[in-house]
Design a binder for this molecule. Sequence first.
Ligand SMILES: Cc1cc2nc3c(=O)[nH]c(=O)nc-3n(C[C@H](O)[C@H](O)[C@H](O)COP(=O)(O)OP(=O)(O)OC[C@H]3O[C@@H](n4cnc5c(N)ncnc54)[C@H](O)[C@@H]3O)c2cc1C
Length: 524
Amino acid sequence: MPLRDVHVVWFKRDLRVADHAALSAACEAGPVLPLFIWAPQVWSAEDASLSQAMFVRDSLQDLAHALQQLGLHLHVYHHDPLTLLQRLHAKFGIAGLYSHEETGNQHTYTIDQQVQVWCRMQGIVWQEWPQNGVVRRLSDRQQWQAQWALRMQAPVITVPASGLAVRLPDHGLERLPAVAGHAQAERQVGGIGVAEAVMADFLTRRVHGYQRGISSPLSAVQACSRLSPYLAWGAVSLRTVVQATRARAQQTENVQQRRQLHSFESRLHWHCHFMQKLESEPRIEHQSFYRGFEALQSRLPDAAVALRLQAWQDAQTGWPLVDACMQMLNQSGWLNFRMRAMLMSTASYLLQLPWRQSGLHLARAFVDYEPGIHWPQVQMQSGTTGINTLRIYHPVKQALTQDPQGVFVRQWLPVLRQVPDSWIFEPWRMPPGLQRRYGCLIGRDYPAPMVDIGEAIQTAKQDWFAIRQTMPAHAVADILQRHASRKSRHFPKVDRGSLRKKSNRSTASVSAQSPAASQLSLQF
Ligand SMILES: Cc1cc2nc3c(=O)[nH]c(=O)nc-3n(C[C@H](O)[C@H](O)[C@H](O)COP(=O)(O)OP(=O)(O)OC[C@H]3O[C@@H](n4cnc5c(N)ncnc54)[C@H](O)[C@@H]3O)c2cc1C
């Protein structure tokens, strides 16, 4: 077949064939060239990591196999996307470009802008479809919930029967891009098949312990769905997960299980709720929501930042739960929400680190790195939105609540294994004789904390309130208007109670409600 008028499906964070609007449309249009591009500017960026690349490679192998069943070949290239598309067009003629919308980082955004301009100049129609609840060019936040609900209940797009294949030489599936970082020994494996298996196992078996188990790092490994990397890289669509969750809730007579399923669905809603913030305001990848908080980003001299950052990311802060969480993250690429929030809070409030720098370490460490969730969460846990409750996690109180017997801490910090329960969360308080007896000399085997927790919390609160008090009303209104979602009937009723209970329970953190946010019935 002469290669003219090729319909290019550009796979990005949608590495699947089911519920794939772009693939379906291209298959109906004519000869299809499925394309994945390892863009050097994306994979050499400071938020990319080897583990993410390995997860993507797993996913591409599965995707290639699924496309093969449709008679299509996945073309994988290591190239600047614009130049590659220009070459393909010069050689074969691109009849249309098909993809999902992406809420990515600054690099993917720039690539998209360049490709958009080029397509216009060449007269190539680039069709993009939403793949979750994020709304591009959203003009009214009031309408957002309804749109999310509509998208989630729309029928899942079926896999096309087959496509007319195009086959060109490509770089193949094995090669990884040149990317920094280490291979995390215990990371999740990527792929469409694994995503389906993880979802089925969660919805039928593990969901029973969801609400009870998601906060402690000990139980969360099993209790949480563990779907985040599959959602982030699109091995399964959000709509598929939402509809499977609802179907399961309908099937079960068990009220308790229905509660768990509703609670889980509310998190799927948050997925898009947070991503919408970066979609609507891309600058927040680099700048504080409220610019006044930029002043908090340079409190320490560079040398102190470098020292503290290194200790935090190397699991050497001297606070056992913080270090155990970081160890687990560095080795597995995953951590539950509460412990992610605690790591971030420790970095921003106790160690006074700039959120962008600590956020970058977490971004690289998370196999499920999703810029649209990540940066708004990083900022929320650092207090820079200006409209959220100030919540500072106390590392020792969190340990007493979430790991009372120190099982998790001992699992990830072998140096503390002999230390008895009474000292396990504050080993620096052990008298020297006991340090010797338990084989853990502070300063030699395990570090002393760099700051006093109580004093650091006081300073953080003072610094935060000093800025918050000078925040003009119009700045509060602007952030609320742009980013806060309105309470809605679409939000599962059953979860309201659990949300309230959750905030009442947080005795292990220090919180203060921002007055503007408390008066409004809004959720950031
Ligand atoms: C500082 C910080 C950074 C984060 N960065 C990311 C990130 O890069 N990628 C990412 O997927 N999640 C991120 N999260 C949110 C959350 O911690 C993870 O989604 C969750 O731990 C993933 O595990 P799970 O799939 O088993 O979660 P489950 O509890 O089973 O939730 C199911 C899905 O709901 C969504 N979800 C759950 N909690 C949240 C939340 N609080 N906000 C938004 N969506 C949520 C995710 O898509 C998740 O996969 C971050 C949280 C914090 C505090």
